[in-house]
Design a protein around this ligand. Structure first.
Ligand code: GTP
Ligand code: MG
Length: 384
């Protein structure tokens, strides 16, 4: 016990490192979310970059910069991935948080470019670790920049996922813990939000996208963990409301957005899923996100990369100093993994077919019921 306590204190003192990436369409509220999460204006808003004094959000807009931005609006924006660092104190635990901001996707621009940039950014961080691991003498200044969670911002359309959302989540989820969120969720009514969430999760399941779904083991985990994870899974995709300004309600300052019909409070769990998401990211699931990144996602990448270098699939890859025996084991593991993947695809296909058949049957049942009701009604008419 004494050992545990002192270890806990030590860790609290040293702190933990966490990296979060925010991705999504332009204007979905990514910047506002980050600033709300860390309770300070860490990320500048795009409009702020047009100000005469970028440090002062109330200063005048620079007309030359604004004109230039308007003239350049049609030009494909180069993907600019930016890291921002901040230190947080979460109930005595120091968190060195890195937020990686990616530019928003536009409707007209070539999104393939953005996908490519994001996915190679994620892989580059893995490559850096791989190179560091194979060094004889470790670099004491080495920084592990692997991304532990990618928050994917879905537009609050209320319809369904767009092809682009599906494609992006599908392509990035083998490399990173993808957590889907609905940005600016207060744009929808509670009932619209409920059915939108349901629809999104159906799509995610249908396309077999392995998003981070708060995994638990019913046999191994304790009751509280299971209940907590089930609850968080049930909130997916998290409905986000962000606000950087405070509003006074009955003399108390709350973070929220004001509407003619009332105030949407950021920290009120009846209004948004911001608080449970924040708690999961910065406290309850921080370690799990890091462990999955290291033990599973990075390990898979490492296996793929090593097998590629053995088979010569990628001529540009450096052959790493591993002996051939280990590499052939890795090749076998990779083969097994591919076979497992194939099996999973078949399983998903069968499940989909069963689902379709079930729907067809239900539809038939419904039409039979209508027919029966009609017949019964006719029978009654005859009796009269
Ligand atoms: N209704 C509502 N508006 C929001 C919310 N979050 C942000 N906004 C507003 O939406 C606009 C865009 O917000 P940003 O946070 O700059 O969005 P972004 O995704 O970072 O945008 P880009 O970086 O320009 O792609 C701003 O006018 C915000 O005030 C929210 O939760 N609800
Ligand atoms: Mg932004």
């Amino acid at each position: 016990m004494v050992y545990r306590a002192s270890r806990g204190r030590k860790q609290a003192k040293k702190g933990v490192q966490l990296t979060i990436m925010v991705v999504g369409s332009s204007g979905t509220g990514r910047t506002t979310f980050v600033n709300t999460l860390i309770e300070q204006p860490l990320l500048p808003h795009r409009s702020q970059q047009l100000l005469r004094d970028p440090e002062n959000p109330r200063s005048e807009v620079d007309p030359t910069l604004a004109q230039q931005a308007a003239a350049d609006a049609h030009i494909e924006r180069k993907v600019e991935i930016k890291q921002h660092n901040v230190e947080l104190d979460e109930d005595g635990m120091r968190i060195a948080l890195t937020v990686v901001d990616t530019p928003g996707f536009g409707d007209g621009i070539d999104n393939e470019n953005c996908f490519q940039e994001i996915s190679s950014y994620l892989e580059r961080q893995y490559d850096d670790i791989l190179a560091e691991e194979s060094r004889i003498k470790r670099n004491p200044r080495f920084r592990d920049n692997r991304v532990h969670a990618l928050l994917y911002f879905i537009q609050p359309t209320g319809h369904a996922l767009r092809e682009m959302d599906i494609e992006l989540m599908r392509r990035l989820s083998p490399r990173v813990n993808v957590i889907p969120v609905i940005g600016k969720a207060d744009s929808l009514t509670p009932s619209e939000l409920k059915s939108f969430k349901k629809r999104i999760m159906e799509d995610i399941e249908y396309y077999g996208i392995p998003v981070y779904n708060f995994p638990y083991d019913p046999e191994e985990d304790d009751e509280d963990t299971i209940a907590d994870n089930r609850e968080l899974r049930g909130l997916l995709p998290f409905a986000i409301v962000g606000a950087e300004e405070e509003i006074m309600i009955n003399g108390e300052a709350v973070r929220g957005r004001r509407y003619p019909w009332g105030i949407v409070e950021v920290d009120n769990e009846d209004h948004s899923d911001f608080t449970p998401l924040r708690r999961a990211l910065l406290a309850s699931h921080l370690t799990d996100l890091k462990e999955i990144t290291h033990d599973f996602l990075y390990e898979n990448y490492r296996t793929e990369k090593l097998s590629r270098s053995v088979t010569g699939g990628d001529q540009n890859d450096q052959v790493l100093p591993e002996d051939m025996a280990t590499q052939s084991v890795r090749l076998k593991e990779e083969q097994l993994r591919r076979e497992e993947e194939k099996l999973r695809e078949i399983e998903l296909k069968v499940q989909r077919e069963i689902q379709l058949k079930r729907q067809e049957l239900l539809a038939k049942e419904d039409s039979l019921k209508v027919l029966e009701a009609r017949l019964a009604a006719q029978g009654q008419n005859h009796e009269y």
